[in-house]
Design a binder for this molecule. Sequence first.
Ligand SMILES: [Zn+2]
Length: 262
Amino acid sequence: MKIVTLLLFVLFFYNSSSAKLPKTTIPDKLVVLTFDDATASQYSIVAPLLKKFGFGATFFICEFPPNFADTSKYMNWRQIKQLDLMGFEIANHTRLHKGPTKLTADQFKAELEYIENKCDSMKIPHPVTFAYPGYDLNIQAIEALRKKGYLFARAGGGRPYDPLVDHPMLIPSWAMNSENKALVMESFAEAKEGKVVVLTIHGVPDIEHPWVNTPPELFASYLQYLSDNHFKVIALRDLSKYVDSKKALEQMVPDLSKKLKN
Ligand SMILES: [Zn+2]
Protein backbone atom coordinates (compact mmCIF):
# COMPACT_ATOMS: atom_id res chain seq x y z
CA MET A 1 0.00 0.00 0.00
CA LYS A 2 2.76 2.37 0.92
CA ILE A 3 4.52 1.71 -2.37
CA VAL A 4 1.33 2.49 -4.33
CA THR A 5 0.99 5.81 -2.49
CA LEU A 6 4.60 6.64 -3.22
CA LEU A 7 4.14 5.80 -6.90
CA LEU A 8 1.08 8.04 -7.16
CA PHE A 9 3.02 10.81 -5.46
CA VAL A 10 5.92 10.49 -7.91
CA LEU A 11 3.54 10.34 -10.90
CA PHE A 12 1.72 13.46 -9.72
CA PHE A 13 4.90 15.49 -9.47
CA TYR A 14 6.26 14.09 -12.72
CA ASN A 15 3.11 15.19 -14.54
CA SER A 16 2.92 18.63 -12.97
CA SER A 17 6.55 19.56 -13.55
CA SER A 18 8.39 20.92 -16.58
CA ALA A 19 5.94 19.55 -19.16
CA LYS A 20 3.51 22.36 -18.31
CA LEU A 21 5.89 25.27 -17.90
CA PRO A 22 5.31 27.36 -21.06
CA LYS A 23 2.28 29.64 -20.82
CA THR A 24 1.58 29.45 -24.52
CA THR A 25 3.21 27.83 -27.48
CA ILE A 26 6.42 29.60 -28.35
CA PRO A 27 6.27 30.63 -31.99
CA ASP A 28 9.07 29.75 -34.39
CA LYS A 29 11.34 32.67 -35.36
CA LEU A 30 11.30 34.33 -31.92
CA VAL A 31 14.51 36.32 -31.28
CA VAL A 32 15.56 38.40 -28.27
CA LEU A 33 18.12 41.15 -28.87
CA THR A 34 20.09 42.36 -25.83
CA PHE A 35 22.68 45.17 -25.77
CA ASP A 36 25.26 45.46 -23.01
CA ASP A 37 27.31 48.18 -21.32
CA ALA A 38 25.39 51.32 -22.43
CA THR A 39 27.74 52.25 -25.29
CA ALA A 40 27.04 55.59 -27.04
CA SER A 41 26.32 53.88 -30.38
CA GLN A 42 23.36 52.04 -28.84
CA TYR A 43 21.60 55.42 -28.62
CA SER A 44 22.87 56.97 -31.87
CA ILE A 45 22.80 53.94 -34.20
CA VAL A 46 21.09 50.88 -32.66
CA ALA A 47 17.86 52.43 -31.33
CA PRO A 48 16.92 54.29 -34.55
CA LEU A 49 17.63 51.16 -36.62
CA LEU A 50 15.52 48.95 -34.35
CA LYS A 51 12.68 51.50 -34.57
CA LYS A 52 12.90 51.49 -38.36
CA PHE A 53 12.21 47.75 -38.32
CA GLY A 54 9.68 47.87 -35.45
CA PHE A 55 11.84 45.55 -33.29
CA GLY A 56 11.97 45.36 -29.49
CA ALA A 57 15.21 45.01 -27.49
CA THR A 58 16.74 45.05 -24.02
CA PHE A 59 19.52 47.43 -22.99
CA PHE A 60 21.59 46.10 -20.06
CA ILE A 61 22.86 49.21 -18.33
CA CYS A 62 25.94 49.69 -16.17
CA GLU A 63 28.19 52.70 -15.57
CA PHE A 64 31.19 51.07 -17.21
CA PRO A 65 34.43 52.14 -15.48
CA PRO A 66 36.53 54.19 -15.90
CA ASN A 67 35.05 56.16 -18.82
CA PHE A 68 31.27 56.08 -18.30
CA ALA A 69 31.22 59.89 -18.01
CA ASP A 70 32.75 60.22 -21.50
CA THR A 71 29.64 60.70 -23.65
CA SER A 72 31.58 59.97 -26.84
CA LYS A 73 31.88 56.40 -25.54
CA TYR A 74 28.84 55.78 -23.33
CA MET A 75 25.23 56.91 -23.07
CA ASN A 76 24.25 59.29 -20.31
CA TRP A 77 21.15 58.65 -18.21
CA ARG A 78 19.03 61.14 -20.20
CA GLN A 79 19.71 59.07 -23.32
CA ILE A 80 18.94 55.87 -21.43
CA LYS A 81 15.60 57.44 -20.45
CA GLN A 82 14.98 58.21 -24.13
CA LEU A 83 15.42 54.52 -24.96
CA ASP A 84 12.76 53.74 -22.35
CA LEU A 85 10.44 56.34 -23.89
CA MET A 86 11.01 54.72 -27.29
CA GLY A 87 9.59 51.50 -25.83
CA PHE A 88 12.80 49.55 -25.23
CA GLU A 89 13.53 47.63 -22.04
CA ILE A 90 16.06 49.14 -19.64
CA ALA A 91 17.58 46.38 -17.52
CA ASN A 92 20.28 45.73 -14.94
CA HIS A 93 23.95 44.91 -15.62
CA THR A 94 25.25 46.01 -12.16
CA ARG A 95 26.56 49.50 -11.44
CA LEU A 96 30.25 48.91 -12.16
CA HIS A 97 30.17 45.77 -14.32
CA LYS A 98 31.19 43.53 -11.44
CA GLY A 99 30.53 39.81 -11.50
CA PRO A 100 28.93 38.33 -8.36
CA THR A 101 31.77 35.85 -7.73
CA LYS A 102 34.04 38.81 -7.00
CA LEU A 103 31.58 40.40 -4.54
CA THR A 104 30.04 39.67 -1.16
CA ALA A 105 26.25 39.16 -1.10
CA ASP A 106 25.81 42.70 0.25
CA GLN A 107 28.08 44.20 -2.40
CA PHE A 108 26.19 42.41 -5.17
CA LYS A 109 22.88 43.67 -3.76
CA ALA A 110 24.26 47.22 -3.69
CA GLU A 111 25.41 46.91 -7.32
CA LEU A 112 21.88 45.84 -8.31
CA GLU A 113 20.17 48.50 -6.24
CA TYR A 114 22.22 51.36 -7.67
CA ILE A 115 20.77 50.67 -11.14
CA GLU A 116 17.28 50.00 -9.71
CA ASN A 117 17.30 53.31 -7.80
CA LYS A 118 18.63 55.19 -10.80
CA CYS A 119 15.76 53.80 -12.91
CA ASP A 120 13.22 54.67 -10.20
CA SER A 121 14.53 58.25 -9.99
CA MET A 122 14.33 58.61 -13.81
CA LYS A 123 10.81 57.10 -13.87
CA ILE A 124 12.10 54.19 -15.93
CA PRO A 125 10.20 50.96 -15.08
CA HIS A 126 11.92 49.01 -12.27
CA PRO A 127 14.24 46.45 -13.94
CA VAL A 128 12.94 42.87 -14.16
CA THR A 129 15.78 41.30 -16.13
CA PHE A 130 19.52 41.04 -15.56
CA ALA A 131 22.68 40.16 -17.49
CA TYR A 132 25.71 38.71 -15.67
CA PRO A 133 28.78 40.90 -16.34
CA GLY A 134 31.27 38.77 -18.29
CA TYR A 135 28.83 35.84 -17.78
CA ASP A 136 30.20 35.60 -14.23
CA LEU A 137 27.55 33.95 -12.05
CA ASN A 138 26.89 31.71 -9.06
CA ILE A 139 23.99 30.24 -7.07
CA GLN A 140 24.03 33.15 -4.59
CA ALA A 141 23.46 35.64 -7.42
CA ILE A 142 20.59 33.57 -8.82
CA GLU A 143 19.00 33.50 -5.38
CA ALA A 144 19.49 37.26 -4.86
CA LEU A 145 17.86 38.01 -8.23
CA ARG A 146 14.94 35.69 -7.50
CA LYS A 147 14.36 37.27 -4.08
CA LYS A 148 14.30 40.72 -5.68
CA GLY A 149 11.60 39.64 -8.11
CA TYR A 150 13.67 39.46 -11.28
CA LEU A 151 12.03 37.32 -13.98
CA PHE A 152 14.91 36.42 -16.28
CA ALA A 153 18.71 36.65 -16.30
CA ARG A 154 20.92 36.22 -19.35
CA ALA A 155 24.07 34.11 -19.44
CA GLY A 156 26.07 32.85 -22.47
CA GLY A 157 26.63 29.34 -23.79
CA GLY A 158 26.02 29.63 -27.53
CA ARG A 159 22.74 27.68 -27.70
CA PRO A 160 19.03 28.52 -27.83
CA TYR A 161 16.86 29.06 -24.75
CA ASP A 162 14.58 26.09 -24.14
CA PRO A 163 12.03 27.03 -21.44
CA LEU A 164 11.44 23.35 -20.67
CA VAL A 165 15.09 22.80 -19.80
CA ASP A 166 16.79 26.13 -19.04
CA HIS A 167 16.28 27.91 -15.70
CA PRO A 168 14.93 31.49 -16.10
CA MET A 169 18.03 32.88 -14.36
CA LEU A 170 20.34 30.99 -16.75
CA ILE A 171 19.07 32.01 -20.18
CA PRO A 172 21.68 31.04 -22.78
CA SER A 173 22.75 33.42 -25.55
CA TRP A 174 25.12 33.81 -28.45
CA ALA A 175 27.53 36.76 -28.55
CA MET A 176 27.83 38.90 -31.68
CA ASN A 177 31.10 40.37 -32.94
CA SER A 178 32.64 41.53 -36.22
CA GLU A 179 34.02 38.07 -37.09
CA ASN A 180 31.16 35.64 -36.49
CA LYS A 181 28.54 36.28 -39.16
CA ALA A 182 28.25 32.57 -40.02
CA LEU A 183 27.60 31.69 -36.37
CA VAL A 184 24.99 34.45 -35.94
CA MET A 185 23.17 33.32 -39.10
CA GLU A 186 23.24 29.69 -37.84
CA SER A 187 21.84 30.84 -34.50
CA PHE A 188 18.78 32.44 -36.16
CA ALA A 189 17.95 29.04 -37.67
CA GLU A 190 17.67 27.57 -34.14
CA ALA A 191 14.59 29.69 -33.32
CA LYS A 192 12.12 26.83 -33.74
CA GLU A 193 10.45 23.89 -31.95
CA GLY A 194 9.77 25.81 -28.72
CA LYS A 195 13.24 27.38 -28.50
CA VAL A 196 14.10 31.08 -28.46
CA VAL A 197 17.31 32.65 -29.80
CA VAL A 198 18.89 35.29 -27.56
CA LEU A 199 21.81 37.45 -28.69
CA THR A 200 24.38 39.35 -26.61
CA ILE A 201 25.47 42.49 -28.48
CA HIS A 202 27.79 45.30 -27.39
CA GLY A 203 28.58 48.53 -29.24
CA VAL A 204 27.58 49.01 -32.89
CA PRO A 205 30.40 49.98 -33.22
CA ASP A 206 32.20 49.42 -29.92
CA ILE A 207 35.10 51.86 -29.57
CA GLU A 208 36.45 50.77 -26.18
CA HIS A 209 36.04 47.02 -26.59
CA PRO A 210 36.99 46.08 -30.19
CA TRP A 211 36.75 42.33 -29.47
CA VAL A 212 32.97 42.71 -29.09
CA ASN A 213 32.58 45.26 -31.87
CA THR A 214 29.72 44.90 -34.38
CA PRO A 215 30.10 47.11 -37.50
CA PRO A 216 26.88 49.09 -38.17
CA GLU A 217 26.54 47.77 -41.76
CA LEU A 218 26.75 44.16 -40.53
CA PHE A 219 24.21 44.87 -37.78
CA ALA A 220 21.82 46.50 -40.26
CA SER A 221 22.13 43.45 -42.53
CA TYR A 222 21.05 41.16 -39.63
CA LEU A 223 17.99 43.33 -38.96
CA GLN A 224 17.13 43.32 -42.66
CA TYR A 225 17.41 39.52 -42.71
CA LEU A 226 15.20 39.14 -39.61
CA SER A 227 12.62 41.51 -41.10
CA ASP A 228 12.64 39.92 -44.58
CA ASN A 229 12.19 36.47 -43.05
CA HIS A 230 9.38 37.51 -40.69
CA PHE A 231 11.12 36.96 -37.36
CA LYS A 232 9.53 38.39 -34.21
CA VAL A 233 12.18 40.43 -32.38
CA ILE A 234 11.47 41.23 -28.73
CA ALA A 235 12.98 42.36 -25.42
CA LEU A 236 13.93 39.82 -22.75
CA ARG A 237 11.07 40.97 -20.46
CA ASP A 238 8.61 40.11 -23.26
CA LEU A 239 9.40 36.41 -22.72
CA SER A 240 6.94 36.61 -19.81
CA LYS A 241 4.17 36.52 -22.45
CA TYR A 242 5.34 33.00 -23.31
CA VAL A 243 7.01 31.66 -20.17
CA ASP A 244 5.65 31.62 -16.62
CA SER A 245 8.91 32.64 -14.96
CA LYS A 246 7.57 32.53 -11.38
CA LYS A 247 6.41 28.95 -11.86
CA ALA A 248 9.67 27.96 -13.52
CA LEU A 249 11.65 29.51 -10.64
CA GLU A 250 9.65 27.41 -8.19
CA GLN A 251 9.97 24.17 -10.12
CA MET A 252 13.40 24.20 -11.76
CA VAL A 253 16.81 23.69 -10.20
CA PRO A 254 19.63 25.83 -11.67
CA ASP A 255 22.14 23.63 -13.49
CA LEU A 256 25.55 25.31 -13.42
CA SER A 257 27.24 22.36 -15.11
CA LYS A 258 25.98 23.49 -18.55
CA LYS A 259 28.02 25.80 -20.75
CA LEU A 260 27.00 29.31 -19.69
CA LYS A 261 29.74 31.50 -21.15
CA ASN A 262 30.56 32.63 -24.65
ZN1 LIG B 1 28.89 43.78 -20.00
